[in-house]
Design a protein around this ligand. Structure first.
Ligand code: TYM
Length: 339
């Protein structure tokens, strides 16, 4: 079992990142560790420069993201935790895969279409080729499981297509260079929505702070954001079916379900018939209970820049070593001569 996933160090990580991905980093890290497998979690800092960014902020966000991941339970003694910028093989393998990826495949990516909008000509080349770097991230380590939220599923499907085409075009049938990875998404929280609009994804780039719960929000802020979350005037139904067509209600109940580990039907068996005046404080409490210890640990870790940098340096050294055999095989399969 090889677990590989990444997160961009842009802005503050939020509840969507946590329930959609980070919870599963920790779950799969422990499973892999118990089975004698490996887990690689990295900060996608090379992806973060595909859009306009402030260099000083990127540096700060990178360190804060390491602190957040560790505070959430990613354990550097079980997981290889690093940033892409210290492992040149990611960018090298991307170049090798650029020969296999097709323009048409990249042009169909919804993230590219959403982010570029009507101004495709004005976008960086990096934003367009972003999914090829993501494929390199995953394939470099022969990943079997890739824990991500719903919005990254398409990129992992593309990763599979690139790996399959490379194996078919350049490898003997019994000696493929790349493992074909599987996407791993959570059952109820693969797509957490904005607190201001149940049809939009909760996102780091939403200009409204009220649209998301940051993992480092204090209890008062969490309670305030939940109380102000958009809802409808109806009470909660007593079965999941009754949430259809009620995007905001569905999102809040989904968050409650994911945080408590109970199914949506179980949550509604307890809370069906309640109005949001009663349900929101209950949800707020569950959120505070989950996020308070994370916040406290984050505050302890955040100031110790030296330790955070040491975690990344140590992880990067391990990652460089693990990635090398696959990179060598890819060069060789393409007929490139090296020393
Ligand atoms: P990023 O940084 O946008 O998000 C990190 C993880 O959080 C998940 N996520 C969500 N899940 C549920 N609901 C939401 N509202 C929500 N918002 C974000 C994302 O699906 C992701 O799993 N391209 C990636 C980073 C990346 C990567 C990789 C991931 C680079 N290389 C290789 C996996 C494998 C990204 O920008 O994620």
């Amino acid at each position: 079992m090889r677990v590989v996933s990444g997160i961009q160090p842009t802005g503050k990580p939020h509840l969507g990142n946590y329930l959609g991905a980070i919870v599963n980093y920790v779950k799969l890290q422990d499973e892999a560790h118990a089975l004698g497998g490996e887990c690689f979690i990295f900060l996608a800092d090379l992806h973060a420069i595909s859009q306009p960014h402030d260099p000083a902020e990127l540096t700060t966000n990178t360190r804060e993201m390491v602190a957040t991941l560790v505070a959430c339970g990613v354990d550097p003694s079980k997981t290889v935790l690093f940033n892409q910028a210290q492992v040149p093989a990611h960018a090298e393998l991307q170049w090798l895969l650029n020969g296999t990826a097709r323009m048409g495949w990249l042009g169909r990516m919804t993230q590219w279409k959403d982010k570029a909008g009507k101004n495709r000509e004005g976008q960086s080349v990096a934003l367009f080729t972003y999914p090829v770097l993501q494929a390199a991230d995953v394939l470099l380590y022969q990943a079997t499981h890739v824990p991500v939220g719903e919005d990254q599923k398409q990129h992992i499907e593309l990763t599979r297509d690139i790996a399959q085409k490379f194996n078919t075009d350049f490898c003997a049938e019994d000696a493929p260079v790349f493992t074909i990875p599987e996407v791993y998404t959570p059952p109820t929280a693969a797509r957490i929505m904005s607190l201001r609009d149940g049809t939009a994804k909760m996102s780091k780039s939403d200009p409204s702070e009220m649209s998301r719960i940051s993992l480092t929000d204090d209890p008062d802020t969490i309670m305030k954001k939940v109380k102000k979350a958009k809802t409808d005037p109806e009470p909660l139904p007593s079965e999941a079916q009754g949430l259809e067509g009620r995007a905001e209600a569905q999102n809040l109940v989904g968050i409650f379900s994911a945080l408590t580990g109970r199914s949506v039907d179980e949550v509604l068996a307890d809370h069906g018939g309640e109005g949001f005046g009663a349900f929101k404080p209950a949800l707020g409490e569950v959120l505070v209970e989950t996020l308070s210890p994370i916040n406290a640990r984050f505050m302890e870790l955040k100031g110790d820049q030296e330790s955070l940098d040491a975690i990344l340096a140590r992880g990067a050294a391990q990652a460089r070593e693990h990635g090398l055999p696959t990179l060598d095989k890819a060069y060789k399969a393409l007929g490139l001569v090296r020393g």
